[in-house]
Design a protein around this ligand. Structure first.
Ligand SMILES: C[S@@+](CC[C@H](N)C(=O)[O-])C[C@H]1O[C@@H](n2cnc3c(N)ncnc32)[C@H](O)[C@@H]1O
Length: 520
């Protein structure tokens, strides 16, 4: 391929910004704890490195949400790192630093990290670059540190892998930058599918997947498919390589993937009940769930926590909270493969207890309302409840808001959040706003971002008219059932109900997480 590249990686076009909550220190720490591994302590500060941080939206947002941490991002693409340097400056992030470097030439002072993360890198780089990453993991993660690695997984990619080969070969025949080539290649793929090329006839899932690709941002497609190296991996092979580098498998994200009964149909449960080797069950789980993508957490010289008391001694600074007070049981959730139903008993009590500001695990366990359950039963129910999205994990207690008093004037104290809101408001993506309470971010939609901007600037009087004016200024349409609304009265009425939704559902969350405060 002709576009400039480093070790076969696309560098002629910038990537797309994205915030990935699985990279948050609190997420890694919770996965460690629920798997009985001691996480790094964070109260007195910690060191965090993101490898291949792209446009840095995750890095900078996490730095804003974790002021006690010191964050470093590394990327070889100077377009990416220049943008991150601007975001760091505008957001006033004194705890974030960006380094333009290939992984093979990392500055010497980047070491002893409590957390190392890399998302969207491992499957897309050359074997030599993966070797560099393993070396960094082995030499620069502190003992007891945690590493998060995401990658395209087998067997989920098995029937789609041929698509990538054809895309890349066709793109190589075309002119222009990587975005143009990716666009041309996707159109060619759709043509082959529509003309009933036999591969697509024989693989209907692959035929349907063409529409997924067509809907994706071409900058994403260029970075996803046009690199010289692109590989999907079996879990066992990756775990083997990290074991050689001195890191052990700890667990995975999302949280439900740590509970095999939440991801594997009951008919397969026998193997999981009788096999205690986690490396074996992970591989079989991927087969039962046809896993396409994995987010794995590895630890260096991890300390095993034998019981709940040891867990509480190791770390009791995460807060667990029910974000939807008033939720009624039974609840059935489907996290991809299996329906899991939660009904009454322990969960009924926990849902009530954890509404409000949330509680630490020691407080939950000591609560007299749960005296008939053992410590282990309680801890497991809370962790599995997080997996089923009944509870959220926070870095601190949620703020208590008097919902009976309507907010009028509001402010957003973080300079970083103000810059992100202004820059991303009509970006067509969610807008992640950093929260020190959650240690992560709350992502709001485009329209909610426009409502928040209007309210911050002009108060809540006649909010819908203000949002209408802002959207008109930016030439934004409002769609209903996929079609733009042209009638002004209908447009205003839709905006009025969107503003009501924001007032009732979004603003309280932003207040509880300390992103927005009331003034006056
Ligand atoms: C697919 S992007 C993912 C970006 C980011 N982690 C995200 O998910 O938004 C991969 C990133 O890794 C960087 N990268 C690839 N090979 C690299 C290398 N050898 N050294 C440093 N960075 C590299 C690329 O420039 C790109 O920004």
């Amino acid at each position: 391929m002709s576009p400039p590249n480093s070790a076969g990686y696309v560098t002629d076009v910038a990537y797309v910004p994205g915030f990935y909550p699985h990279l948050a220190p609190k997420a890694l720490r919770h996965v460690a704890l629920l798997n009985r591994i001691q996480p790094p302590a964070v109260a007195d500060g910690f060191k965090y490195l993101e490898l291949g941080c792209g446009l840095g939206r995750t890095l900078t947002t996490l730095a804003a949400a974790n002021p006690r941490g010191s964050f470093v991002g590394v990327d070889l693409n100077p377009q990416h790192t220049a943008q991150i340097a601007r975001d760091i400056e505008v957001g006033g992030l004194s705890n974030a630093r960006i380094v333009t470097s290939d992984f093979s030439q990392l500055p010497d002072d980047l070491r002893d990290f409590d957390f190392i993360t890399l998302h969207g890198v491992w499957s897309w780089v050359a074997p030599d670059v993966r070797a560099d990453i393993l070396r960094i993991a082995s030499e620069r993660l502190a003992p007891g540190g945690l590493l998060l690695l995401s990658y395209n997984a087998m067997p989920g990619w098995a029937h789609l892998q041929p698509i990538r080969g054809i895309l890349r070969q066709y793109a190589a025949l075309r002119q222009g930058d990587s975005v143009q080539r990716a666009r041309d290649a996707v159109n060619y793929l759709a043509y082959m599918r529509d003309q009933k090329a036999k591969y697509f006839v024989d693989n209907p899932n692959a035929a349907a997947y063409v529409d997924t690709i067509r809907g994706q941002d071409p900058r994403y497609l260029a970075h996803e498919y046009l690199n010289e190296h692109w590989t999907s991996f079996y879990f066992a092979d990756v775990a083997g390589q990290f074991a050689e580098a001195g890191l052990s498998f700890v667990g995975s994200l999302p949280v439900h993937t740590n509970f095999w009964d939440l991801c594997v149909a009951p008919v397969f449960h026998d193997l999981f009940r009788t096999t205690t080797n986690r490396l074996v069950t992970e591989a079989h789980k991927d087969f039962c769930a046809n896993t396409m993508f994995r987010w794995d957490v590895y630890g260096k010289q991890p300390t095993f926590l034998p019981d709940v008391a040891a867990r509480l001694r190791a770390a009791d600074d995460l807060w667990y909270r029910n974000p939807k007070p008033g939720v009624q049981l039974p609840i059935t959730v489907n996290l991809g493969v299996v329906n899991s139903t939660v009904d009454g008993g322990l969960y009924g009590t926990l849902l009530g207890m954890l509404s409000g500001r949330g509680m630490r695990m020691s407080e939950i366990i000591a609560d007299p309302r749960l005296s008939s359950s053992t410590d282990l039963e309680i801890a497991k129910a809370v962790d599995a409840g997080v997996g089923m999205q009944l509870f959220e994990v926070l870095s601190g207690p949620s703020l208590e808001i008097d919902r009976t008093v309507a907010a009028t004037r509001i402010a957003m104290p973080s300079a970083f959040n103000r810059a992100i809101l202004a820059g991303e408001m009509f970006g067509g993506r969610g807008v992640p706003l950093a929260s020190a309470t959650s240690g992560s971010a709350i992502t709001i939609g485009d329209l909610d971002a426009a409502i928040l901007t209007t309210w911050l600037e002009g108060g809540s009087d006649d909010l819908a008219a203000g949002v209408d004016a802002l959207m008109t200024k930016h030439e934004r349409v409002i769609n209903h059932e996929g079609k733009p609304i042209t009638d002004p009265a209908e447009r205003r009425s839709r905006l009025a109900s969107a503003c009501e939704g924001f007032r009732g559902n979004v603003l309280p969350v932003l207040e509880e997480q300390g992103i927005v405060i009331r003034e006056g």
